[in-house]
Design a protein around this ligand. Structure first.
Ligand code: NAP
Length: 310
């Protein structure tokens, strides 16, 4: 099969489009024909891209763990997944990914593709939507009428975070550069702060939840905008527990986990028109390195998706 493989650790310059062995589904596994895959630009910097979850090196790893495609075959013991069904998924890091014509997924990772989306749109959903979902509902326990501050609101994760927080009945404050403001308002942002001209900590106070997709100094500057008992959730850098304690708040950093159940619920929200995916650009699989270069610049609106089948 054709695939993108990393020939060395580092940046997009190591990505090579070439022939690779087609995987075969073992006991409990599913073989998926990939139609499209979402790009996670920072994935090339993670240890999990180059090793198994047990820490064993994976030579020539295939990146890309967001997929939309069709079930090609199932391994022994898989009884609840039908060959030919359209699926989307975030697959676990630590295994070969979806920047290929075929990949292996587990039944617990695969959900039916939202009916209202094509494969390109569906491939832009799993990792960012699951990240926003898990941040708000598994870690921060968001409830109606709370105030949330979302940093990096126009990016891949941010566009889902804004929509899910709005849908949950929160007051949604976001930071983004000016060109995204009208767009973010349409998605459900109530207050928008241009991070190039305004320091958010000068104008925001008494927030219940800060969700950070930017990291670095943004974390340090966020402590004082939280109300006592609030929570700072970063998906970029672990916030200091000592700082959290000193400010009378909680903090968490987490890595998103695959979830069939949550993707089914997210798919239902999409199919009923309550949230929608945002695709910045579509690029052919063979030009994956360009997609990563663009993604690493960090000023996206939504996701870059690689088209695997025309
Ligand atoms: N832990 C996890 O499980 C997990 C899961 C998903 C993602 N992540 C991480 O989360 C981060 C964001 O991912 P992503 O895919 O959403 O990123 P992305 O698509 O690259 O988006 C980044 C966004 O941040 C905005 N931005 C840049 N600097 C900013 C600032 N100072 N203040 C406010 N907004 C700013 C950019 O908008 P402008 O055009 O306005 O600059 C852009 O829209 C990455 O570091 C990624 O690795 C972690």
């Amino acid at each position: 099969m054709k695939a993108i493989r990393m020939h060395g650790r580092g940046g997009p310059e190591h990505l090579v489009y070439e022939d690779a062995p087609q995987p075969q589904p073992a006991q409990g596994e599913v073989l998926v024909r990939i139609y499209a895959t979402g790009v996670i630009a920072t994935e090339l910097t993670w240890n999990e891209t180059y090793q198994t979850k047990e820490g064993v090196a994976r030579p020539l790893p295939i990146p890309g763990h967001d997929l939309s495609g069709v079930v090609e075959a199932v391994g022994p013991g898989v009884t609840d997944i039908t060959v030919g069904s359209e699926v989307y998924a975030l697959t676990a890091f630590g295994r070969d990914g979806a920047e290929a014509e075929y990949t292996i997924a587990l039944p617990t990772e695969l959900a039916p593709k939202p009916r209202s989306l094509d494969h390109i749109q569906a491939a832009s959903v799993p990792l960012p939507a699951l990240t926003a979902w898990q941040a708000f509902f598994d870690h921060a326990n968001l409830v109606e009428e709370q105030t949330v501050l979302i940093h990096g609101a126009a990016g891949g994760v941010g566009v889902f975070a804004v929509q899910l927080a709005h849908l949950a009945g929160a007051h949604v404050i976001v930071t983004a550069s000016a060109r995204h403001h009208d767009f973010l308002k349409e998605l459900g942002a109530d207050e928008i702060i241009d991070y190039n001209t305004t320091r958010f900590e000068d104008v925001v106070h008494d927030v219940d939840i800060v969700l950070d997709m930017v990291g670095g100094e943004i974390i340090e500057r966020s402590w004082n905008v939280l109300k006592k008992g609030g929570i700072l959730v970063s998906v970029v850098n672990p916030p200091s527990p000592e700082q959290a304690k000193a400010h009378g708040v909680r903090s968490v950093w987490f890595i998103v986990e695959p979830s069939r159940e949550q993707l089914i619920r997210i798919g239902a929200l999409i199919d009923t028109g309550r949230i929608r995916p945002i695709v910045e650009t579509v690029i052919p699989l063979s030009q994956a390195s360009q997609a990563y270069e663009q993604g690493l610049k960090g000023h996206l609106r939504g996701k870059i998706v690689l088209r695997v089948i025309n």
